[in-house]
Design a protein around this ligand. Structure first.
Ligand SMILES: N[C@@H](CCC[C@H](N)C(=O)O)C(=O)O
Length: 279
């Protein structure tokens, strides 16, 4: 399934267990040439406290706290498979229990609005060692002596937002991996490069921690919404245009960030665990 091109392999763990540890399985399954192909692996699990639980593993096998595009897909799966017919659904994630409002046509979920909770702005909790709390437009010095201004936001997982006019492949693919692993981010970081088109609209490219370049990032879009408002560049409700499509995000007066977007099923299948992948 995917949320605007941010594609994951979802395993229904309500009735089956994994043949291997998810940290080991995620890189194998995510490999676009020697596996199924995806930005990572998402487990759909039973929960004692909500309608379902989600665990997300990046393509490199690292576990993340949260995935905005993935959680919309989990909601679609849970509802359409009849595992729960509640609306809103409640899904347990690494950042707590989230509420998801489903838009339903016939028996299909076409769009999901997620209450992503309040952004975390305290530097130590993002975490980042950059000065200031919140960290807004702080200079981040790179190895070659150049510096970029960054605004840091956690949506349960860490994000570093850079406002720039330059969204070219050259700059994005050079800076993305350097900033992801910069020592100022002890748990690494997701990096968003943002061009402001208007106070209501931005264009974004995302370099994800553990997965590299992706077509979209839901938590990233929310972090951009918060960073845009904090820096006075955008209004609190914006359309975020990513390479794979658009998300609507709003940092509501209640303090929560709401994200709305589609969820799409591509195919279902069985992976023959007994056959060793080609590498
Ligand atoms: N694509 C996701 C975020 C996935 C996790 C991220 N790479 C991390 O390590 O924090 C989204 O849609 O939010």
């Amino acid at each position: 399934m995917h949320g605007i091109g941010n594609d994951y392999i979802f395993v229904d763990c309500f009735e089956q267990s994994l043949p291997e540890a998810p940290e080991v399985l995620a890189p194998k399954l995510s490999d676009r040439h020697f596996g199924i192909g995806g930005d990572g692996l998402i487990l759909i699990l039973p929960s004692d406290v909500a309608d379902a639980r989600m665990r997300i593993f990046n393509a490199d096998g690292s576990e993340a706290e949260m995935c905005g595009n993935g959680v919309r897909c989990v909601a679609k799966y849970i509802y359409e498979r009849g595992l729960s017919r509640k609306n809103p659904l409640r899904i347990e994630t690494g950042r707590g229990i989230l509420s998801l409002q489903l838009k339903i046509q016939g028996d299909r979920v076409t769009e999901v609005t997620v209450d992503m909770g309040e952004p975390i702005l305290e530097a130590a909790r993002i975490p980042t060692t950059l000065p200031g709390s919140p960290v807004v437009e702080a200079p981040l010095t790179l190895d070659d002596g150049t510096s970029v201004n960054v605004t840091c936001v956690s949506m349960g997982n860490p994000h570093c937002v850079i406002f720039t006019e330059d969204l070219t492949d050259e700059t994005f693919r050079r800076l993305g991996p350097i900033i992801e692993k910069h020592p100022a981010f002890p748990q690494r970081v997701n990096v968003e490069f943002v061009r402001v088109c208007s106070p209501q609209r931005v264009e974004v490219r995302v370099w994800e921690r553990g997965s590299g370049e992706t077509l979209a990032c839901g938590t990233g879009a929310c972090a951009v919404c918060v960073a845009g408002a904090l820096t006075g560049r955008t209004e609190r409700k914006i359309t975020v245009r990513l390479p794979g499509g658009e998300l609507i995000t709003e940092w509501a007066p209640s303090g929560s960030v709401f994200m709305t977007g589609p969820a799409t099923t591509v195919f279902t299948g069985e992976w023959p665990a007994e056959i060793e992948p080609a590498r």
